[in-house]
Design a protein around this ligand. Structure first.
Ligand code: ZN
Length: 261
């Protein structure tokens, strides 16, 4: 009996400590938010096409949201990378901001830490080299900076490892109920999923498709690849599959073709 009671006390103590740390973290970033500097805005304008093409009113909104993302996520260098520079933070943070730009307050709170490797890295979990991954158990988004930059190099090829990993994080966050955030509208999700099986089938049969082959692996991969096209080849996707484009506009609460000039 005493042990059970002790256990309960311990759990209660752990829980209140957790809430206290959450409270301190929240207060700290609200009091001392990470501001985006004018140089960083110029850097974004020169290197982040989605931001470059936004209308001025949306640019301001984008910066505010980016500041929230940068204030609430930790960026940690790994695998011999000396530091995560402010440019790296801004580019990765901008990719997160872009993918969740349609939500007023969403910040993918569950994924609190971004690990940045210099190159493709060896995963001890699945014994292969990775360009990026998400780890929902530990709230991590992991990217290789080299692969991230390669993904950004051609902004219209529909291949972007940053968007890909954030898409995985968003889809997983939607299943996490304890983060206090609401991601997908169930109706919009149903609207999107109705178009997926036929597209995966096309890919598996080797028929021509806008999406690359790896999208056929499973519905998670399909979603991540679809979002790469949604942001990098918006008009092509709209022409190729108007219904899926429309469903993604509803699901992500934004239309890149309307947001941009
Ligand atoms: Zn993937």
């Amino acid at each position: 009996m005493a042990t059970t009671l002790g256990g309960c006390h311990f759990c209660f103590l752990m829980f209140t400590t957790y809430l206290f740390i959450q409270f301190i973290n929240e207060a700290r970033w609200r009091l001392f938010p990470r501001k985006v500097t004018p140089e960083e805005i110029r850097f974004l304008d020169a290197h982040f096409p989605y931001f470059t093409r936004l209308k001025p009113i949306h640019k301001n909104e984008f910066i505010r949201k980016l500041e929230t993302i940068l204030s609430t996520k930790r960026f940690i260098p790994r695998g011999g990378l000396e530091e995560v520079t402010s440019e790296m933070e801004v580019m990765i943070g901008a990719t997160i901001t872009m993918v969740i730009f349609g939500w007023k307050r969403l910040r993918l709170a569950h994924f609190h830490t971004i690990l940045v490797y210099p190159n493709a890295y060896y995963s001890t979990v699945n014994k292969v080299y990775h360009r990026g991954e998400v780890n929902p158990k530990h709230g991590l988004i992991v990217v290789s900076w080299k692969c991230f930059v390669e993904g950004m190099a051609d902004p219209a090829d529909g291949v972007n490892v940053g968007i890909h990993e954030i898409a995985h994080a968003l889809k997983l966050a939607n299943l996490i109920e304890t983060d206090g955030e609401h991601e997908f509208n169930p109706k919009a999700w149903t609207e999107y999923t109705q178009w997926v099986p036929a597209e995966m089938d096309r890919l598996r049969k080797g028929l021509p498709s806008l999406f690359r082959e790896s999208a056929a692996l499973n519905e998670h991969e399909f979603f991540a690849v679809a979002l790469e096209s949604f942001f990098e080849r918006s008009q092509d996707l709209k022409n190729y599959h108007p219904n899926m484009y429309k469903a993604l506009v509803h699901l992500l609460r934004q239309d890149p073709l309307v947001l941009m000039k």
